[in-house]
Design a protein around this ligand. Structure first.
Ligand SMILES: Nc1ncnc2c1ncn2[C@@H]1O[C@H](COP(=O)(O)OP(=O)(O)OP(=O)(O)O)[C@@H](O)[C@H]1O
Ligand SMILES: [Mg+2]
Length: 500
């Protein structure tokens, strides 16, 4: 029913799409895959009417169509949940969802009661934990993603495009979403899922179309393929075998971070842990169980209420994150728009910003030095850019996240705190970043990582503390680090319960 043929799109000198083709039937769920910067979002935006194609044909039910605006896209019954979200900060959740299509009463007036109950029921169905009158800034990123999906679904589309909507979602939220998507597909809605969590596509999609450098290079039946083959199509290279984290115990003498009975209001209660030099510690849990607040309190971004934090043998109580940075603590957030990216700055300045704020010496920083060091990071981590002086906003989502990573690599902190750092980062770059973390940990860097992606925690962490209702529910290490045990601990069950 939907067919794209040889779509092309350039942004200045950058080719985003070149001979991209894609087709799907009514009621199909198809995964659209590709490395960071391969053109997935551009393709989605062309269908959503927010980016204009340079060439190529789009057909719906065999008829060629032109999509020159989001209104035209909606008239064709296409709806999009965007990777960078399309929610307006000054509007409430309710207004954001209904904007542009409030349900009207008999006399053409907005029927407030009907509208509100329509939105409330959708939010409930998709498991969004928020009130109708809340504002986006007060909600966690997973809830915002769900609202973005609900907004798209509220248009009752025939074609639903979801651009990395699961990147911020937790295990339980993904399950709810997938069961809703299956129901939609049974009703005949065609769904395109863009995702970097390759594990999940096998649960939801039947087919995958893979883009490489803007070109569609493969169309595979997911029943007959595996992740390694997909990575091969994405990159053109056979993926390397990833080493598992070494189980070797890091010396117990060398505790770099000791947290004692840390409490922050209702969100973190009596959390204690001891982390040794060179350990990679995973902090797991469903959304909002306290793990993110815990991480931010170590960094001085949230004040502690009681308890203590000892770093390298010294009790600390940072008044601001700037103090933590000076002590060699780095912080990487997956919330690019809110916490990590200086939107008005160039790629180079964004990479250099952490080093600048270390402020150890007062030697002048030359533009040449910024460019030289930033270029080195761009090369080393294969960040797909036009020019180093281009605005950061010209990069694809995953490449922006690599910039945030590169920023901290430049300063090699003693303790690196990560909050969902590989959100939106493609699978091969993710493996590179994990390898970097392992190497850095072997050389003595201590890593604490919060992730909404269980596979990531199991892949990278030496030990995993599972948060539940603000406390540590249990600690998994060694052979206890399995998907099943992690998931049941996240739900607040004991590991033994899950074996029943
Ligand atoms: N508005 C823009 N201005 C300049 N270049 C852009 C713009 N939008 C996208 N690009 C470039 O086009 C290419 C494709 O970007 P796109 O966002 O479609 O990638 P993607 O496959 O969605 O990547 P990711 O997985 O990182 O989200 C990238 O090289 C990107 O830098
Ligand atoms: Mg994208």
């Amino acid at each position: 029913m939907l067919e794209l043929l040889n779509i092309k799109k350039k942004f200045g000198a950058v080719t985003a799409l070149d001979r991209a083709s894609f087709a799907m039937e009514k009621g199909e769920i198809v995964a659209l895959l590709g490395a960071n910067g391969s053109g997935k979002s551009t393709l989605v935006k062309i269908l959503g009417g927010t980016v204009k194609k340079d060439a190529g044909t789009i057909k719906i039910d065999q008829k060629p169509v032109e999509i020159r605006s989001s209104a035209e896209s909606r008239n064709l019954k296409i709806a999009v949940a965007y990777q960078e979200l399309s929610l307006i900060p000054k509007m409430t959740v309710y207004e954001n969802v209904m904007m542009g299509h409030f349900i009207k009463g008999k006399f053409g007036q907005v029927d407030e009661r009907k509208n509100r109950s329509f939105v409330a029921s959708l939010l409930e169905k998709y498991g969004a934990d928020c009130g109708l009158d809340e504002y986006p800034k007060d909600l966690p990123s997973s809830t915002l993603s769900i609202i973005e999906i609900v907004k798209a679904v509220s248009w009752d589309p025939d074609i639903l495009l979801l651009d990395e909507v699961t990147a911020a979602l937790h295990h339980n939220e993904v399950e709810i979403l997938f069961s809703n998507l299956r129901a939609l597909s049974e009703k005949g809605v065609s769904i395109v899922m863009v995702t970097h969590r390759l594990g999940e596509i096998f649960n939801i999609a039947s087919r995958a179309v893979i883009l490489r450098n803007g070109e569609s290079v493969a169309d595979v039946d997911l029943k007959k393929t595996d992740i390694n083959k997909i990575v091969y199509y994405m990159t053109g290279k056979i993926p390397e075998i990833v080493e598992n984290p070494s189980d070797e115990k890091r010396s117990g003498e060398d505790a770099v971070l000791i947290v004692d009975n840390l409490t922050i209001g209702e969100s973190v209660r009596n959390v204690s842990m001891r982390v040794n030099r060179g350990e990679i510690i995973g902090l797991g849990g469903l959304e909002g169980q306290g793990q993110s607040q815990f991480l931010r309190s170590i960094y001085g971004a949230i004040p502690l209420e009681s308890g203590s934090i000892t770093i390298a043998g010294r009790k600390v109580d940072y008044k601001s994150s700037a103090d933590a940075v000076k002590d060699g603590i780095g912080f990487i957030s997956g919330n690019r728009n809110r916490e990590s990216i200086f939107n008005l700055r160039t790629i180079g300045e964004n990479i250099f910003s952490a080093k600048m704020s270390m402020g150890r010496d007062f030697s002048p920083i030359s533009n040449r030095m910024i460019i030289q060091q930033a270029n080195q990071i761009v090369q080393e981590y294969d960040i797909k850019i036009g020019q180093i002086n281009d605005p950061i906003t010209s990069l694809s989502g995953g490449n922006q996240q690599k910039v945030v990573f590169g920023r901290w690599i430049l300063v090699s902190p003693a303790i690196l705190l990560l909050d969902d750092p590989t959100k939106g980062v493609d699978v091969s770059s993710r493996r590179e970043l994990h390898n970097f973390l392992r190497k850095a940990a072997d050389q003595g860097m201590t890593v604490l990582i919060v992730s909404s992606d269980n596979d990531e925690l199991l892949e990278i962490a030496n030990r995993i503390y599972v948060f539940y209702e603000g406390g540590i529910h249990c600690m998994l290490c060694g052979t206890d680090c399995t998907e099943e045990k992690l998931v049941s601990a996240m739900m607040g069950m004991t590991v033994k319960d899950s074996a029943k």
